[in-house]
Design a protein around this ligand. Structure first.
Ligand code: HPA
Length: 254
């Protein structure tokens, strides 16, 4: 059966792909046109399998702007999933906590985003067969999906707050002044992914659930430097909780 639900796994969160039952793995390099992922902590494969009987497609590895890809290329995998019949999309990422309430180890549901990438996957001629020229983004992250995730979180003693995700191109982590700016414009989280995928998914009428794994306090929040190794390490520590949450949420996404 073709999966109706798909999950995109962020940095250091690839372990979920290994928990699928009856999995078939396709390396991105076997799919014509797929931008290869080069980031450390990203596997670069499409895994189709099931979660407690629900068919699911998983993208382990995504194309980021900091690798040199365009926003259009970042959205390639999402367009591929839509062609496969996927209607519900779970986007996970590692993020910095801009809001001091969100520290390392917190899972946060994305309620909305701010696109600071300076790029958009829908730039250029519109493919009317995919979606409208000027798509609505008033509920880019489905409210009902957030409620489902919240309820599933409660079952495992997990409080899931909501926050606004700001996307930046990277690859450097932000300056403290940039983080103060992001806080001032209403961001709670910062990261280098997810937004092109969310835009492309909404354009095609897919519903999106966004989950940020806060791996670090954003620059300047604490008096300490940021390291990619820390991001991967915290992601690694959070993976069991994220997997448990995903396993409960996926079968309920309609
Ligand atoms: N900034 C941007 N992207 C990130 C961060 C951060 O602090 N942590 C994880 N991804």
């Amino acid at each position: 059966m073709n999966p109706r639900v798909a999950v995109v796994l962020g940095s250091g969160l690839g372990a979920f792909a290994d928990t699928l039952e009856n999995a078939t793995v396709t390396p991105y390099s076997d799919i014509p046109g797929w931008p290869p992922s080069t980031a450390i902590g990203h596997a670069g494969k499409l895994v189709v399998g099931s979660v407690t009987g629900t068919p699911v497609a998983v993208l382990a590895g995504r194309a980021h702007l900091y690798e040199g890809y365009t926003a259009q290329q970042s959205a390639f995998g999402i367009r591929h999933l839509r062609k496969m019949g996927v209607e519900s999309l779970v986007l996970t990422n590692a993020a910095g906590g801009v809001n001091p309430k969100f520290g390392p180890g917190h899972l946060v549901l994305i309620s909305d985003h701010i696109n600071l990438l300076g790029q958009n996957p829908l730039t250029g001629p519109n493919d009317d067969s995919l979606g409208p020229r000027f798509p609505d983004m008033t509920e880019a992250y489905s409210k009902s999906y957030r409620e489902i995730a919240c309820a599933a979180g409660r079952e495992i003693g997990l409080d899931l707050p909501e926050g606004v995700y700001a996307a930046v191109p990277g690859p450097n982590y932000e300056t403290p002044a940039e983080i103060r700016y992001m806080r001032a414009i209403g961001a709670d989280l910062v990261g280098m992914s997810t937004v092109p995928e969310t835009i492309a998914a909404n354009h095609m009428g897919m519903k999106v659930l966004g989950i940020s794994c806060v791996t670090n306090a954003a620059a300047g929040v604490l008096d300490q430097k940021l390291h990619h190794a820390e991001v991967l390490e915290v992601g690694e520590r959070m993976k069991d909780t994220l997997i448990e949450l995903l396993r409960r949420v996926i079968p309920r996404l309609q």
